[in-house]
Design a protein around this ligand. Structure first.
Ligand code: NAP
Length: 521
């Protein structure tokens, strides 16, 4: 076992391990590796289908009373969680870095995100879910209300790249809506998710309401779908397709937050030095292992050379390192598998004629999975990284002449998760944005401004997913809507003594009239 960073000790890891639901003693153990060194730092028991069933049973039992608590009572817990995150900030920063190998500045993004999502749903869940008056079939005579009931138990299958953000924030919305939750974090980063779960219990979450099972997605995925009433999945498009089909078979709702091949468009009037400085955050945050990371930059021809010069300078000045403080700008990739993907994409591109404008090499002297932030030019369709998501610190540069060409090239991907536009003319930027097939678009900033605008939905077009997280959609989806009407005086049908034909004539006049009355149509 490796030496742990100062704030992480065996006692903490043991406490977190006790949050995993297992029903037997004989479970296979999962080794958790620290990417900075490639050493194992902890182990957890791998769950089985029986463990999933037991976890679901416990969460459903706890959900019975939780669903009856008021929004205010639930909100108190999430606001306490918000405060505790900042009190325990250094500990969780260490843990995220330990499990993912990312730099501390990128680990901080996760803390900020978890806190603002907790705050947002604590203060806004009631507004999104309260019962609402709706227009009835007969004005005045029909009193119609829409109300929301929690679906019951929501399952979460989450990836490793943002283990705090993706491990807990969607569950916060589901819990605030009155549901129980069953979480399967990625096998590479379960301790971070367990830390968040443990903190929620410390903040006052009722026992058993939020369950964690650890293990292979291919083993636990189906039992989870069998056990839950809704599945929220974040991960690759390939896995998303399998899980969406399985939820379809069971006829339960799902959200699929999937991959991207996100473009940045630099227009000729952009502030180039700002765009170049900020583009390094957009391309290389979490060592490029970010669904909304920019992997393609399209630059208007007249400013191409100048932008490339500035962007290459910014990229080359980034400091890579494995340290549990803010001294490094960029950390490690998470695994040998990720390193191999990045290395093979770059090698394939270079072999087929791509030019390396910065980076392009692994850095084993820093740690086993380090790879330099890399900029490629002359990338063509035959190269694997032209269309495939690399999910690493590699970005390709392309020229364009007209805005139509930029929009067409941006939309040429099968993905449609995120895009970014740089221009001094924001009206022009908005016009370009409306032509892009991407779920979120940032103008003159990174993904941080769109992702962090959590009152608005976030998700993908095309192969980037189904459904949205954040905002009203991000919580309403965890409920069943129920429409209740109270009919006064007249029923929707002929009164006694009136023929169906007369009633239909009367109804036709009424329906035609409603078309003309503002406020009733
Ligand atoms: P992945 O292989 O799909 O894994 C994600 C999760 O799914 C893990 O918990 C994994 O479990 C589980 N899983 C794998 N196969 C499964 C199966 N057959 N049934 C049920 N669960 C299964 O994704 P990844 O490659 O690790 O993650 C990176 C991808 O996620 C990228 O494409 C990235 O763009 C995308 N992503 C999207 C968003 C978004 O918000 N749109 C955010 C972050 C990442 P194991 O532990 O067994 O692997």
């Amino acid at each position: 076992m490796m030496k742990l960073p100062d704030r992480i000790d065996e006692a903490l890891l043991e406490r977190l391990a006790r949050r995993v639901t297992v029903t037997g003693e004989d479970r296979e153990l999962l080794d958790i590796e620290a990417p900075y060194t490639g050493e194992t730092f902890g182990t957890l028991p791998m769950g089985t289908a029986d463990d999933v069933s037991e976890a679901a049973r416990q969460a459903r039992a706890a959900q019975q009373s939780w669903s009856k608590q008021s929004f205010r009572e639930r909100a108190r817990i999430f606001l306490r969680f918000h405060d505790l995150i900042f009190q325990r900030k250094d500990e969780i920063l260490d843990l995220i870095q330990l499990e993912t190998g990312k730099a501390r500045n990128h680990a901080y993004e996760e803390i900020g995100d978890a806190a603002i999502v907790a705050r947002y749903y604590a203060f806004n869940a009631r507004k999104h879910l309260k019962s609402r008056k709706r227009k009835g079939i007969y004005p005045i005579l029909t009193a119609t209300r829409e109300q929301h009931a929690p679906v019951g138990l929501v399952g979460f299958i989450t990836p490793w790249n943002y283990p705090l953000t993706l491990g807990i924030t969607d569950a916060i919305a589901a819990l605030m809506a009155g549901n129980g939750a069953l979480l399967k974090p990625d096998r590479q980063t379960p301790f971070t998710a367990l830390w968040a779960v443990d903190l929620l219990y410390q903040a006052g979450l009722p026992a058993d309401l939020l369950q964690v099972v650890v293990g292979k997605g291919s083993v636990l995925g189906q039992p989870i779908i069998e056990s839950v009433d809704y599945l929220a999945f974040t991960g690759s498009t390939g896995t998303g397709r399998l899980l969406a089909a399985a939820t379809g078979e069971k006829l339960i709702g799902c959200t699929m937050e999937l991959g991207g091949k996100n473009p940045m468009v630099i227009l000729d009037d952009a502030n180039l030095s700002r765009a170049a400085r900020v583009a390094v955050w957009d391309c290389f945050s979490s060592t490029g292992q970010l669904c909304v990371s920019i992997e393609r930059i399209l630059i208007q021809s007249t400013i191409y050379d100048e932008f490339v010069r500035l962007f290459a300078e910014e990229t080359q000045s980034l400091k890579l390192g494995a340290s549990f403080d803010y001294s490094a700008d960029i950390g490690s990739l998470i695994s040998a598998e990720q390193l191999e993907k990045v290395r093979s994409h770059v090698e394939d591109a270079v072999m087929k004629g791509a030019k390396v404008a910065a980076g392009g090499r692994p850095r084993p002297e820093l740690g086993p999975y380090f790879y330099e932030p890399t900029i490629l030019e002359n990338v063509t369709e035959e190269m694997a990284l032209f269309a495939e998501e690399t999910f690493g610190p590699v970005v390709s540069l392309y020229r364009f002449e007209s805005i139509d060409e930029a929009v067409e090239k941006s939309n040429s991907s099968t993905y449609g998760l995120h895009a970014s536009i740089w221009t001094r003319d924001t009206a022009r930027g908005r016009r370009v944005a409306s032509g892009l097939k991407a779920g979120t678009v940032s103008i003159n900033d990174t993904y941080r401004s769109t992702w962090g605008s959590i009152d608005a939905p976030m998700g993908g077009f095309k192969d980037s997913g189904l459904g949205r997280r954040h905002g009203a959609t991000g919580i309403v989806k965890y409920t069943e809507s129920q429409t209740v009407t109270v009919q006064r005086l007249l029923q929707v049908g002929p009164p006694r003594g009136m023929s169906e034909e007369r009633f239909h004539n009367f109804l036709t006049r009424g329906i035609k009239l409603l078309r003309r009355i503002p406020g009733l149509r």
